[in-house]
Write a protein that binds this ligand. Structure first.
Ligand SMILES: Cc1cc2nc3c(=O)[nH]c(=O)nc-3n(C[C@H](O)[C@H](O)[C@H](O)COP(=O)(O)OP(=O)(O)OC[C@H]3O[C@@H](n4cnc5c(N)ncnc54)[C@H](O)[C@@H]3O)c2cc1C
Length: 461
């Protein structure tokens, strides 16, 4: 006899079965624990009966990772407490189910700063961002989520609770290096190793000031050259400009934001770079440095957008978010035809960005597929390519091109999945990243922690 409620009404359960990838999931029931002890109880029950459990956050995943493959869906939305915000040691301890943007706002209201900022921060949970090692535009300066995770409480498939803390020592030769911080094993594990029930994250001092901006270029190549110039500038001692974000809009992405942009977007611009700059100096002085740098690097300087006020800054971020959300909606129109949105998540070392973009264009042209919309985290060598396939045949052709690009990025020291993870729909690309023996070793870790393979089955492997 279990004390938690098992919701089996299929009208309710079905509404939790997919995520933002539109992957068709299915499940028998939904459970909504309110505490770690309830998660323990649910997992013990499920494990004893070999019932699959897919933990979910707000199901904004773009890979099908939050779409259950049978069994029970474990919804974390009732676990919303921030247990502690510690000013002295600068950390916060929280449950997984709070919207990430709400969590960040609470931290900011306390005069502190939580850096990770996935574009979907108003659509994803704090816990989901930990389970996917999310990153965002400010990753350019601050790094991805894993850098901020200090400790985790995790419930294993057996119902046992693990309390893990990142070692703070400076030297360590214990065992295999990737296992030296067990925290890192669980960050980004996409629900496959355990349910994350509490996370302690590092906080920073709130930056004094920042301004947002968008610079425009007459060609995509000039925008890429500009990004390379920024990265070279950052390698200097005492760099003059130090953006915290550096995000690309290609000509199609600019077309998406033009209609309701409160800012002028010049007609002759074929690419834009959205940036944010923190400063403690005089605003006029830092702006002058930026404009000089932009001029030297072929931007259409007179049309540069500068967002000094919070409302303008929010507008710029809204425009950045509008690109993926518009494409997501457009892709949804073709799902019933066997088509939909196909988005890439590969990245390469930044100084090889021209090479991969030229390669991707060449193979797209050869395959005569429709041109993608290219946007996103270019400062990290991580542009998203979004294709809209109108039917199954187009999807097949586009996927062939994406396969070739993924193969290529792994020969260039890149990754096939920089921030969205593998989930269910990127599994075909895994073989390009590592030899099969190493993928099997990763799977062996999963099975040793979850011998009945009940947790998020079909994710990653
Ligand atoms: C418009 C749009 C823009 C996006 N932009 C970005 C971006 O800039 N950067 C980025 O990184 N991602 C982005 N994403 C993808 C997605 O928002 C992130 O992966 C996000 O972190 C997922 O959080 P979620 O709460 O929605 O988790 P879900 O989608 O519900 O789950 C994702 C995975 O985490 C697991 N999981 C969730 N909670 C837990 C838990 N408590 N314990 C164990 N496992 C758990 C699930 O099983 C699943 O495998 C975007 C998505 C959309 C729709």
């Amino acid at each position: 006899m279990c004390s938690f409620e098992l919701i089996t009404d299929q009208d309710i359960v079905k509404s939790y079965c997919t995520d933002s990838s539109n992957y068709p999931g299915y499940a028998d029931a939904l459970v909504r624990p309110e505490s770690t002890s309830e998660v323990v109880e649910i997992l013990k029950e499920a494990n004893s009966k070999k019932i699959s459990i897919t933990p979910i956050g707000n199901r904004s995943s773009l890979t099908g990772s939050a779409a259950a493959d049978g069994g029970w869906i474990l919804d974390t939305s009732q676990m919303t407490k921030i247990i502690e915000i510690n000013h002295k040691e600068k950390f916060a301890l929280a449950e997984p189910g709070m919207m990430l943007s709400d969590f960040k706002k609470k931290i900011l209201d306390e005069g502190l700063f939580y850096a990770p900022d996935p574009t979907s921060e108003k659509e994803c949970f704090f816990g989901g961002s930990i389970a996917t090692n999310a990153s965002g535009s400010r990753t350019f300066k601050y790094g991805s989520t894993k850098k901020y995770v200090r400790a985790l409480e995790v419930v294993l498939a057996s119902g046992e609770i693990l309390n893990l803390r990142r070692p703070e020592i400076e030297k360590n030769t214990f065992g295999y290096l990737p296992f030296q911080s067990m925290v890192d094993l669980f960050v980004g594990s996409e629900g496959t190793l355990g349910v994350i029930t509490k996370t302690e994250v590092e906080l920073l001092d709130k930056p004094e000031n920042f301004f947002g901006g968008m610079a425009f270029f007459k060609t995509l190549n000039e925008a890429l050259d500009f990004v390379i110039a920024v990265r070279k500038e950052l390698l200097k001692s005492g760099p003059l400009i130090t953006p915290r974000a550096c995000e690309l809009f290609d000509n199609y992405a600019l077309d998406i934001i033009r209609p309701d942009s409160p800012f002028k977007i010049p007609q002759n611009a074929l690419a834009g770079i959205f940036f944010e700059q923190e400063y403690s100096l005089d605003f006029e002085k830092i702006l002058e440095r930026w404009l000089e740098f932009l001029e030297k690097n072929n931007a259409i300087v007179d049309d540069t957008i500068v967002a000094e006020k919070p409302k303008q800054q929010d507008e710029l971020r809204r425009l950045r978010h509008k690109v993926p959300s518009t494409l997501f909606e457009e892709g949804g129109l073709y799902v019933n035809n066997g088509g939909g949105k196909i988005s890439t998540d590969w990245s390469v070392p930044i100084f090889r960005i021209h090479e991969i973009i030229d390669y991707a264009k060449k193979i797209s042209d050869e395959a005569k597929i429709q041109e993608p919309v290219i946007y996103g985290h270019i400062g990290n060598g991580h542009p998203h390519y979004n294709f809209i396939a109108k039917n199954a045949e187009e999807k097949k052709q586009i996927l062939q091109v994406v396969h070739s690009t993924c193969k290529k990025v792994t020969t260039m020291g890149g990754t096939i999945a920089a921030e969205h993870g593998i989930g269910k729909i990127k599994k075909d690309f895994v073989k390009y990243q590592y030899p099969k023996q190493l993928i099997e070793a990763m799977r062996a870790v999963k099975i040793s922690l979850d011998p009945n393979n009940i947790l998020a089955p079909n994710n990653i492997f």
